[in-house]
Design a protein around this ligand. Structure first.
Ligand code: FAD
Length: 393
């Protein structure tokens, strides 16, 4: 007999778990979460500007009130009085979600269960998995995305920007104490700049311990050895001495001007990275996933399973436009990116920038960020890329 559920969530990554955790607080729906991984662990660290309340407050490992951005031309330290940059370790995120989910008998998770196909019928969706078929009234597809990013890139028209933010991070313990545990290095453009943009990102835990990432914005991911060599060189240049590797994480996140996927395709709803949650110009997604999960839960509780299309896209129209212009600008002028980023941090207060980057900016915040950017190149880019941002989607 075919198993039934009101809502089937595909993928128990950051977005699937965030949604299931919220749905567990209501007693309205039978929810089944399907995940191909055999265990809950997520080997990644989520960081974001804390611009609003969120359910992970008690699980944060660090709160930084200073961020540094460094290029050949300048070295800027920005102070975050109101909106610290916070760190949520993957295991603390998963624990928080699972604790909430376990309180509800109506939300179940099936690990080690790979989804093979999803077929929409008239008033239900059939999900074929390695554990059998499930009939759902609504499917939330949170399977991440872009494993086939190359074919995705090839399929797009040339004027679109189809970049990736790809990186490898090493958690290191160094022989010498070179890190300032009170300060994040958001971007250090010291490494050689190949095609695209490259910088080192550092989340310090102690004077001799940090997560150090070699990050690229470009069209093709590299080999692990390239990133590791970049990190080793950066540590050597700062006098770290010998270092031990305590852990590693690797990521590849879309940065693209291609429109978000449609919000409701019948009864199959793309969600999380698959639903366009990653901010095109920065690759940050965690905060936007939390907002998506809140909004979808509210819409489902208010309107039931048949009308979740009241959901708005993950990024408001003004930010979609600005992101496309900015992404197009750095894709066409990658050599200007280090000075453009440092100029922003030099001229705009840390809290304003935090709100702007988190898309919770006031009109004054937006004006002050725009006036910190070079007006002529930006206007030229806005004109040149008008076909990318003037369309309605
Ligand atoms: C290493 C790393 C660090 C990051 N750090 C940050 C950060 O600091 N700040 C930030 O804002 N964003 C960050 N991001 C970006 C973003 O927040 C994460 O990628 C986030 O995990 C995306 O959530 P998701 O649920 O959409 O996708 P994922 O978390 O990738 O989840 C997708 C899930 O679907 C499962 N799945 C896939 N196919 C199937 C299938 N056929 N059947 C069943 N299950 C399937 C996968 O196993 C996976 O668990 C980071 C990303 C990475 C990779």
């Amino acid at each position: 007999m075919t198993e039934k559920a009101d809502i089937v969530i595909l993928g128990a990554g950051a977005s699937g778990l965030s949604l299931a955790m919220r749905l567990a607080q209501s007693t309205t729906f039978e929810v089944l979460l399907l995940e191909a991984r055999s265990d809950p662990s997520l080997e990644r660290t989520f960081s974001f500007f804390e611009v609003e309340a969120h359910p992970f407050h008690a699980a944060l490992s660090h709160r930084y009130h200073r961020i540094r951005v460094r290029s050949a031309a300048s070295d800027v330290v920005s102070v975050l009085h109101r909106h610290p940059y916070v760190v949520l370790p993957g295991e603390a995120f998963v624990d928080t979600c699972l604790r909430q989910i376990e309180t509800s008998p109506r939300v179940r998770i099936r690990w080690n269960c790979r989804v093979q196909s999803v077929t929409e019928c008239r008033d239900q969706v059939l999900v074929d998995t390695t554990h059998g078929t499930i009939a759902a009234r609504l499917v939330v597809d949170a399977r991440g995305t872009y494993r086939n990013f190359r074919s995705f890139q090839k399929a797009q028209e040339r004027p679109e920007v189809c970049w990736l933010q790809h990186f490898l991070g090493l958690r290191v313990r160094t022989e010498n104490p070179i890190f300032d545990p009170k300060e994040v290095i958001l971007m250090d453009f010291a490494p050689p700049q190949p095609e695209g943009v490259r910088f080192i990102y550092v989340l310090p835990e102690a004077p001799d311990r940090a997560l150090v990432e070699d990050t690229f914005f470009s069209s093709t991911p590299g080999q692990s050895s390239e990133y590791e060599a970049g990190i080793a060189q950066w540590l050597t240049d700062r006098g770290a001495g010998r270092f031990d590797i305590l852990g590693r994480e690797r990521g590849c996140i879309p940065m693209t001007t291609i429109p978000q996927p449609p919000h409701l395709r019948g009864r199959i709803l793309p969600f999380g990275l698959r639903g366009g949650a990653a901010k095109p110009s920065t690759g940050y997604a965690f905060l936007f996933i939390q907002r998506q999960a809140e909004a979808l839960t509210r819409a489902l509780l208010r309107h039931g399973l048949d009308h979740p299309h009241v959901l708005s896209p993950p990024h408001p129209p003004l930010f979609r436009i600005l992101d496309r212009i900015f992404l197009s600008y750095i894709a066409h002028h990658p050599k200007s990116a280090p000075s453009a980023f440092t100029a922003l941090f030099e001229r705009v207060s840390g809290d304003r920038l935090a709100r702007f980057l988190s898309e919770s900016a006031s009109p004054r915040d937006v004006l002050s960020v725009l006036s910190a950017l070079p007006p002529l190149p930006l206007l030229r880019e806005a004109y040149r890329s008008r076909h990318l941002w003037m369309r309605l989607d």
